[in-house]
Design a protein around this ligand. Structure first.
Ligand code: ATP
Ligand code: MG
Length: 555
C-alpha cells in the first residue's frame, strides 16, 4: 500500500474534526484524564490516557489531569503520586493538575442554585424508602413526600446538612427531575450525601460530599473541557450530565463514550487488583505480573510499546476482549530495536575445550545490537571452560538437530567452532560435562577454516560469568477472561506464574542499568529488577522471543 495512505480517524477524532469544522468552541480542544485516586493505573487507563492526550495533541489542544477525588473514603496521596508518575512515564504532559475536591465550594453553590430554581430538594427518607419509591425499569417511581418542600426550607436544611447538624444517612439532596423517566438515573438522583469522613485534601472541612454525577460534569464545565471522553458504562449518565449543565447554565462540555479495554488473561479493575495486592497473590502493585502501568514498567515494557498497542487496538464502541499476545508483540517489536544483545546461560552444562591452552583468556568482540549500528560493541572473555545451555546438547540427536551432539560441530556465538568429543556422566548417568575441541582458525570475523556449521549457540566463560537471579513470568491467570468465570476471580490465579532460577550471565552485565533493556540471546528480553543489590543481580524476563502460547495452540 502507498505509504501516503492516511490512517482512518477514530470516531472521537471524527467528532473533534466535525466540531472544529463547525467552529464550535472557536476550534479549541481541551480534554481531561480523570482518575479516581483509589489505586494504581492499569492498561485500561493507559488506553484512556493515550486517547485523551493523543486526541488533544493531534488537534493542537491540551489535556488536564484531574483527580476525581469526591469520595473521601478510598483515596490516598500515594495513589495520586503513582498516577502522576505513570502518566509522565507513558510520555504525556498535562496542562493543569486539578482536583475535583478543589471545586467543593463551587459545587455547593451549584447545588444551591438548583434549589433556588426549585430543581433540588432535601429528602429525609431512608435509603430503603427511597429504593421502594424509585420503581423499576418497567414500573415508574413515585414522588417522595418531601419533594414539594419550599425553596426556603430546602436552603435551610441543606445549609444545616453542611454544618454537620444531621447524622449520616438521615438527609440527602436530590435533583428534582422526573420519577417516571425511563432512565432510572433521572428519577430524582441523589446529588449530595452526608459523610463524616476525613478527605485526603480538604480534611474535615466538609461533611457533605457531591455524588459522582453532580461532580464530574460540573468539573468538566468549570474547566471548560470541550470533549469529555469516558467509557461506555456512562452512556445512561449522559442525560443527567446534560441536564445539570443546562439547568446550571454553565459551559456546555459534551460527553462521549468508548468501549473499555479488557485484556485476556488479566484483570482491569482497580478494586480487584487491590485484592490481589492485599491478599498477597502478588508482591505489590508493581509486581511484574500485574497489568498495572507500574508493573509493566518493572517488567521491562516500554512506553513506546504500550502507546503502539493502544494505537493498534483503536477506539471501539463495543466491549471486547483484546488478546494479550498483541501487547506482547508490540513489546517485542520495540525491544528488538533497542535491546542490547548479551549472553546468559539459564540452565548450564559445563564444556571443557581440551585443546585450548589452560589459563589463556581471549577478549572477543561482540556487537551490542545488530539492529542499531550505532550501539557499538563490547568485549567478551573466552577461555578453556565455558557453560552452554543443557538443551543445546543432545546425546542421540534427531535428524534436524543442528546443535551440539557427540562427534558434531556447532559455532559458539562471537567465538569458535567446537566439536564434541566426549560425554562425561556421573554415577546416576546424568551428563555433567562435555569434552570438546575447538577449530583454531574458525574465529568469528576471521574464519579461514572453510567449515560450514548449521547451528550457533550462546555460552559464557565459566571463570568470568556472573551469577544472577532470573525471574521468569507466566500469565497471572489460567483462564482467558477471569472476571467472567463463575465464583471468585482469584480462584483462577496461575500459581505457577513466577519461576525463579539462577543463571550465569556475561560479565558486562555487572554494569547493567535499570533503564536499559537486554536481549539474552535466544532466550528473550530481560531487564534489571530494582531488587538488585551490590551483591546480587536480579533480572526479570520481560517477554520471550516468540509467542510460545501461539505455538502451544498449534500442537
Ligand atoms: P477501575 O474499575 O479500574 O477502578 P475506573 O473507571 O473506576 O476503573 P477511574 O480512575 O475512574 O477508574 O478511571 C479514569 C479514567 O480511565 C476514566 O475516564 C475511565 O473511563 C478510564 N478507564 C478506566 N478503566 C478503563 C479501561 N479498562 N479501558 C479504558 N478506559 C478506562
Ligand atoms: Mg471510577
Amino acid at each position: 500500500m502507498a505509504e501516503a495512505t492516511e490512517k482512518a480517524l477514530n470516531f472521537i477524532e471524527q467528532i473533534i474534526e466535525d466540531d472544529i469544522a463547525a467552529g464550535k468552541n472557536d476550534g479549541r480542544v481541551l480534554t481531561r484524564f480523570p482518575p479516581e485516586p483509589n489505586g494504581y493505573l492499569h492498561i485500561g487507563h493507559a488506553k484512556s490516557i493515550c486517547l485523551n492526550f493523543g486526541a488533544a495533541q493531534k488537534y493542537g489542544g491540551k489535556t488536564n489531569l484531574r483527580f476525581d477525588d469526591t469520595n473521601p473514603a478510598t483515596e490516598e496521596t500515594e495513589y495520586v503520586e503513582s498516577i502522576k508518575a505513570d502518566v509522565k512515564w507513558l510520555g504525556f504532559d498535562w496542562a493543569e493538575e486539578l482536583y475535583a475536591s478543589d471545586y467543593f465550594d463551587h459545587l455547593f453553590e451549584f447545588a444551591k442554585k438548583l434549589i433556588n430554581k426549585n430543581l433540588a430538594y432535601v429528602d429525609d427518607s431512608t435509603s430503603e424508602e427511597m429504593a421502594v419509591m424509585k420503581g423499576t425499569p418497567t414500573v415508574p417511581g413515585i414522588n417522595s413526600p418531601y419533594r414539594e418542600r419550599t425553596i426556603e426550607e430546602n436552603l435551610d436544611l441543606f445549609e444545616r446538612m453542611k454544618n454537620g447538624e444531621f447524622p449520616e444517612g438521615t438527609h440527602v439532596l436530590r435533583a428534582k427531575i422526573n420519577m417516571a423517566s425511563s432512565n432510572m438515573l433521572m428519577r430524582d438522583p441523589i446529588i449530595y450525601r452526608i459523610k463524616f469522613a476525613t478527605h485526603h485534601r480538604t480534611g474535615d472541612k466538609w461533611c457533605i460530599y457531591p455524588m459522582y454525577d453532580f461532580a464530574h460534569g460540573q468539573s468538566d464545565s468549570i474547566e471548560n473541557i470541550t470533549h469529555s471522553i469516558c467509557t461506555l458504562e456512562f452512556v445512561p449518565h449522559r442525560e443527567l450530565y446534560d441536564w445539570c449543565i443546562e439547568n446550571l447554565e454553565i459551559f456546555p462540555s459534551k460527553q462521549y463514550e468508548f468501549a473499555r479495554l479488557s485484556l485476556s488473561y488479566a484483570i482491569t479493575s482497580k478494586r480487584k487488583l487491590l485484592q490481589l495486592v492485599n491478599e498477597n497473590y502478588v508482591s505489590g502493585w508493581d509486581d511484574p505480573r500485574m497489568p498495572t502501568i507500574s508493573g509493566m514498567r518493572r517488567r521491562g515494557y516500554t512506553p513506546e510499546a504500550i502507546r503502539e498497542f493502544c494505537e493498534r487496538i483503536g477506539v471501539a464502541k463495543r466491549d471486547n476482549l483484546i488478546d494479550v499476545s498483541l501487547l506482547e508483540f508490540c513489546v517485542r517489536e520495540h525491544l528488538n530495536k533497542i535491546a542490547t544483545r548479551v549472553m546468559a546461560v539459564l540452565d548450564p552444562l559445563k564444556v571443557v575445550i581440551t585443546n585450548y591452552p589452560e589459563g589463556k583468556v581471549e577478549e572477543l568482540t561482540a556487537e551490542n545490537n545488530p539492529e542499531d549500528h550505532e550501539s557499538g560493541s563490547r568485549s567478551m572473555p573466552f577461555s578453556r571452560e565455558i557453560l552452554i545451555e543443557k538443551d543445546d546438547f543432545m546425546e542421540n540427536p534427531t535428524k534436524k538437530y543442528f546443535r551440539l551432539a557427540p562427534g558434531l560441530m556447532v559455532r559458539l556465538k562471537h567465538a569458535y567452532i567446537i566439536k564434541c568429543d566426549e560425554v562425561i556422566k556421573d554415577e546416576n548417568g546424568e551428563i555433567v560435562e562435555l569434552r570438546c575441541s575447538y577449530i583454531e582458525n574458525s574465529r568469528s570475523g576471521n574464519d579461514t577454516s572453510g567449515i560450514a556449521v548449521k547451528g550457533t549457540i550462546h555460552w559464557v566463560s565459566t571463570a568470568h560469568a556472573v551469577k544472577a537471579e532470573v525471574r521468569l513470568y507466566d500469565r497471572l491467570f489460567k483462564v482467558e477472561d477471569p472476571s467472567r468465570e463463575d465464583g471468585d476471580f482469584k480462584d483462577y490465579v496461575n500459581q505457577d506464574s513466577l519461576q525463579t532460577i539462577t543463571a550465569f550471565v556475561e560479565p558486562s552485565l555487572v554494569n547493567a542499568s535499570l533503564s536499559e533493556h537486554y536481549q539474552f540471546l535466544r532466550k528473550g528480553y530481560f531487564c534489571l529488577d530494582r531488587d538488585t543489590t551490590p551483591e546480587k543481580l536480579v533480572f526479570n524476563r520481560t517477554v520471550g522471543l516468540k509467542d510460545t502460547w501461539a505455538k502451544e495452540a498449534v500442537k
